[in-house]
Design a binder for this molecule. Structure first.
Ligand code: SF4
Length: 229
């Protein structure tokens, strides 16, 4: 028997209210599927999360988690890291890739935090993005994850999934962040972003999304395209 073609959501004609309702259904489905999904980077303090997030650029979280214990054991504070010999820091973080640039970044950030913020990571977007090399994404990771403030961080997974799910048509991370903020209550932002990343790593992967096993299928405009492919 021939299967009826799957109904495809027309997100171009979706009203703002309908999109909000759909986004909240997606958030609930993600919460059911991944109730404990949270940051995969290991950290004990906002400072450790900030460094780990910088090191995670172009690197897996698992690899970052392998190098940070030794880094933080040897240089436990921003002041200690700022004063460390660059060659030693490079050696410790080498396996995360781009280690020379990353060493410059974490030491420059450490210096500013030690000198201007009394060794404490600031907890505002404005102050965080004034740190050398810290953009909105990293600042949002720290604000949402370590400080418990409402924050949506748009990494490669969030950008891909927000587009596939028809929650945005934007490519620019700042615009995607704003689009998602409108759709969900602030108290859900951080968990939603972590769960999207989790889902993007396991099911809605970049090349061949596993739509047949996806708990978001009924709210996704990709229905009927990827499923039947
Ligand atoms: S249905 Fe497919 S494209 Fe849509 S979110 Fe799920 S895996 Fe991704």
């Amino acid at each position: 028997m021939k299967r009826a073609p799957a109904r495809r959501l027309n997100v171009a004609r979706e009203s703002p209210t309908a999109r909000k309702t759909r986004a909240r259904a997606i958030a609930r489905a993600l919460a059911r599927a991944y109730p404990d999904a949270w940051c995969a980077l290991h950290y004990r303090t906002p400072w450790e999360l900030l460094v780990a997030t910088i090191l995670s650029a172009q690197c897996t979280d698992a690899m970052v988690n392998q190098v940070t214990p030794a880094l933080f054991a040897e240089f436990p504070s921003p002041a200690a890291l700022a004063a460390a010999p660059a060659a030693r820091v490079e050696e410790l973080i080498k396996r995360t890739g781009f280690f020379r640039q990353k060493t410059k970044s974490i030491q420059a950030t450490a210096r500013v935090i030690a000198e201007r913020h009394g060794g404490e990571v600031p907890d505002t977007m404005e102050a965080l993005t004034e740190l050398p090399g810290i953009g909105r994404k990293t600042a949002n990771v720290v604000l949402g994850t370590a400080f418990g403030q409402p924050a949506i961080f748009v990494d490669t997974h969030v950008r891909r999934l927000a587009n596939r799910l028809g929650l945005t048509v934007e490519d620019d991370p700042d615009k995607i962040e704003r689009d998602l903020q409108v759709l969900l209550p602030p108290k859900e932002w951080t968990a939603f972003a972590h769960r999207l990343i989790h889902h993007g790593r396991r099911v809605c992967v970049a090349r061949k999304p596993r739509c047949g096993a996806c708990p978001l299928l009924r709210w996704c405009p990709q229905i009927g395209v990827k499923v039947s492919a």
